[in-house]
Design a protein around this ligand. Sequence first.
Ligand code: SF4
Ligand code: SF4
Ligand code: SF4
Length: 210
Amino acid sequence: MLDRRKVWNRLEGREPLEVVEDQGQLLVKGRAFEERFPRAELLQDNCAICLHRNPVVYDELLGEAVPEQTGVDRYADIRAVEALTPEEKWQYFEELIAPCIRCYACRNACPQCYCPLCFVDESKPQWVGKGLDKTDLRTFHFLRAFHLAGRCTDCGACERACPVGIKVRQFTKKLEKDVWERYQFEAGVIVEGRPPLDVFLPDDPQEFIK
Ligand code: SF4
Ligand code: SF4
Ligand code: SF4
């Protein structure tokens, strides 16, 4: 999927009216211009690293299967954040969420955020304040990310919906990475069984679980 912001940024104020794929490139047309871009440069960040370009489960596959990407480093950006000191990480996430206006478009667009009553909307008890207080802002982002651990498919809908361009996948992708590394589980791909964070095992090796 194309990243609209990347398209607009590359056009520097000119309005795109049509985008067509042509010989592996993207032809962007406007009122008095046509410009070509390499397809990879305008993809959403999650699409650029996607390993499942074909549906994993389907009844009917429309069209031909497309080649899957290989040799993709899915977590380069997350490793860069992991390598920061605690103080640098704090600063990084403070700056990341600073423009947030708490519109909840990221949550509303997320296919995994389907709770009848989200924790941010609950008032008895109230888990988090409604305003832009820094602590409340952090609580919203951290808690929502943890709620998506083992369930986030990295579909990118949250980032696409954010009106101020916050890379909210920086939270969920870290948890997606951890779930993969610890449990070799990828949400939306393994159909049989329950997600690893959704099961209780009496012989769980981690004492604190009991
Ligand atoms: S990338 Fe993850 S958190 Fe964002 S919308 Fe998709 S499933 Fe939800
Ligand atoms: S943020 Fe948590 S509580 Fe709210 S809808 Fe998403 S999963 Fe449910
Ligand atoms: S969509 Fe963007 S601005 Fe709105 S709550 Fe989510 S991160 Fe904040």
